[in-house]
Design a protein around this ligand. Structure first.
Ligand SMILES: Cc1ncc(COP(=O)(O)O)c(C=O)c1O
Length: 312
């Protein structure tokens, strides 16, 4: 006889109980995700505390998300992240509920402040109902990041079977949208690891440099910083925009455009930007050193300036 399913604890209940009743800070959660706050706008307006298995986020990967760095209890560039979330939702024709900013605050408060990564994930909902469930999840900043920053990243080029300009002009390919359909991006990172690298850089069919699975790519020649144009359909990184703001005060000008691996190979240094990696040097591409194969000065200066801005 089939046994009846037992009621499962909600994600929040499934967490180990926080010491003293209240989490001490994001690091108290360890590397496992902690779902701290959820809003679901059901058809009757009721709230939900778990994802329905029929939600199209699970069935079809239809959800949008943001990863937001929290420094000393304050979300960095929250408005820019929420604006991008709205753009991503529009690209997927997904309806966002109200109250996202308040949800972020609740999650950060419940995590007890400190440093962490806040993930905001908005699902499409159930076929026919299309009411989003939103998760605010706080995890710790991966401890390995600083070791990677100190030694620099080794990257390999991986071609995507697409003409980026055609992709960018095809809204149904969701160019520049931050959706949870990231299985391809994660497969690329694993393919890079299989080649002995830390991560991949995507290259278009015509050799155009694009981005990493979760970061933007940059390089420096002299006092000029180069990064691929958003016209190529890449993600408009929040920290990419921050670096554009910071560069002039550090004596660099920024040029966006369509570039190839040859441009990167001839660079004086290279680095990546993302919310999670902030600014991280790149020391080799396809197992060939970038310049002298050591982290470069622009990456260090930009990283220092970014941290100063984020913690001011
Ligand atoms: C494909 C892709 N490119 C670039 C980035 C960097 O964007 P941000 O600086 O907003 O983290 C991300 C971030 O997740 C990404 O997924």
């Amino acid at each position: 006889m089939a046994s009846h399913p037992q009621p499962q604890p909600s994600p929040a209940e499934a967490l180990p109980p926080p010491a003293g009743g209240k989490p001490a800070g994001p690091t108290a959660f360890g590397p496992r995700s902690a779902v701290l706050a959820v809003i679901g706008v059901g058809p009757d307006g009721s709230s939900v505390d778990a994802l329905d298995p029929l939600d199209l986020a699970l069935l079809r990967g239809e959800a949008v998300f943001e990863a937001i760095r929290v420094y000393q209890g304050r979300p960095f560039r929250l408005a820019a992240h929420l604006a991008r979330l709205v753009r991503s939702a529009a690209a997927l024709e997904l309806t966002l509920p109200r109250g996202l900013e308040a949800l972020c605050s609740r999650a950060i408060d419940q995590a007890g402040g400190g440093d962490g990564i806040l993930r905001l994930l908005c699902t499409r909902g159930i076929e026919g109902e299309l009411a989003s469930t939103v998760f605010a999840i706080i995890t710790e900043v991966p401890p390995k990041l600083e070791a990677h920053r100190a030694r620099g990243l080794n990257l390999v080029l991986l071609t995507v079977a697409a003409d980026p300009l055609v992709r960018a002009a095809s809204p149904w390919l969701l160019p520049g949208a931050k959706s949870t359909s990231y299985a391809v991006n994660m497969a690329a990172s694993r393919a890079a690891a299989a080649r002995g690298a830390d991560d991949a850089v995507f290259v278009g069919l015509g050799g155009e440099l694009l981005e990493l699975p979760t970061s933007n790519i940059w390089w420096r020649a002299g006092e000029t910083l180069y990064t691929p144009s958003l016209d190529l359909g890449i993600l408009a990184g929040v920290n990419r925009a921050v670096l554009q703001e910071l560069a002039p005060s550090l004596g660099y000008r920024v040029l966006e455009g369509v570039f190839t691996a040859d441009d990167l190979a001839a660079a004086d240094e290279a680095f990546v930007s993302s919310t999670i990696r902030e600014v991280m040097p790149v020391v080799s591409i396809d197992h060939q050193p970038v310049a002298d194969g050591r982290p470069g000065p622009a990456a260090t200066k930009l990283h220092t300036a970014l941290r100063r801005l984020a913690t001011a």
